[in-house]
Design a protein around this ligand. Structure first.
Ligand SMILES: [Zn+2]
Length: 100
C-alpha cells in the first residue's frame, strides 16, 4: 500500500485521471484509511478548481507591445545562461574579482 509521501507525489496525476487503474485503486485504498490525506486531497482539488475559475485577463495588442518595449532593454542587458556559466557549466565570472 502507498504511504502518505507516495500519495502526495501521485496526487496531481490522480486528480487529473492520468494514472493507471491499479495505481488509482492503491490511492483510493490509502484514502479510505487516512483522514489526513483525504483532507489534503480535498484542499488540493478545491485549490485547482478555484485557480481554473479565475478569469484570464484580455491583453490588447497595445498593452502587449508596451510591455515588450518596457522589458526589451532589461532582457537585452541580462546575461544569458551561457555567458554566466560559460561553456563548461561553471560560472565564467569570479564573484570575488568581477568580470574579466
Ligand atoms: Zn496518508
Amino acid at each position: 500500500m502507498l504511504n502518505c509521501k507516495q500519495l502526495t507525489e501521485l496526487a496531481t496525476s490522480y486528480t487529473e485521471g492520468a494514472l493507471d487503474p491499479a495505481t488509482s485503486r492503491s490511492i483510493e485504498a490509502h484514502l479510505a484509511t487516512c483522514q489526513g490525506c483525504r483532507t489534503w486531497l480535498e484542499q488540493l482539488a478545491l485549490t485547482a478548481r478555484l485557480v481554473r475559475s479565475i478569469p484570464q485577463p484580455e491583453v490588447t495588442a497595445e498593452a502587449r507591445d508596451a510591455s515588450h518595449s518596457a522589458y526589451r532593454p532589461a532582457i537585452r542587458s541580462y546575461p544569458s545562461a551561457t555567458s554566466f556559466f560559460g561553456s563548461t557549466g561553471t560560472p565564467a565570472v569570479n564573484p570575488t574579482r568581477g568580470a574579466g
